[in-house]
Design a protein around this ligand. Structure first.
Ligand SMILES: [Zn+2]
Length: 151
């Protein structure tokens, strides 16, 4: 009998919702030095510097991966969220946010490791990976996340 994890991976491959994951990588912009966040002030003082367009990254590359996962409306998972998260996180979850379990590469079925910077598009709605929870290392269903709705 295959492991439960292997079975879950095949369920994602067959029945998972297809979505698109976008990860932007690049070089840290000097504007984030010392504060770890974008600084419009730094760019005003250094007008000749490359623009990071508010992202804190220069020389950006966007990688898009087609993924499969299970998605639930956050309202549906509210009790689960309430049991497992700090008050700080619970208070910020909105009904328009989404709870995601997965994540598999849509073509290969291999695990896709979520990153906190990723954007996920499901249908015509765009979300940002907001909170990642690791159940187990190195498996396709080892992570789940709360996605914050952007559009
Ligand atoms: Zn910058």
């Amino acid at each position: 009998m295959p492991s439960f994890w292997t079975q879950a991976a095949s369920v994602f491959a067959r029945y998972g919702t297809t979505a698109s994951m976008e990860v932007v990588t690049g070089t840290a912009c000097p504007c984030i030095a010392g504060r770890g966040a974008y600084s419009p002030e730094w760019h005003r003082l250094n007008p000749a510097a490359a623009s990071c367009a508010g992202t804190g990254l220069i020389s950006r590359t966007t990688t898009t991966t087609s993924i499969k996962a299970m998605f639930y409306e956050a309202g549906f998972a509210r009790d689960e969220i309430r049991r497992n998260f700090s008050q700080e996180i619970i208070g910020q979850v909105k009904d328009t946010d989404v709870f995601m379990i997965g994540t598999a590469n849509a073509s290969t079925g291999a695990q896709v490791t979520l990153s906190a910077d990723a954007n996920i598009t499901i249908g015509s709605n765009k979300y940002k990976v907001w909170h990642i929870s690791n159940l187990m290392t190195g498996d396709v269903c080892a992570q789940w996340a709360i996605l914050r709705r952007l559009t």
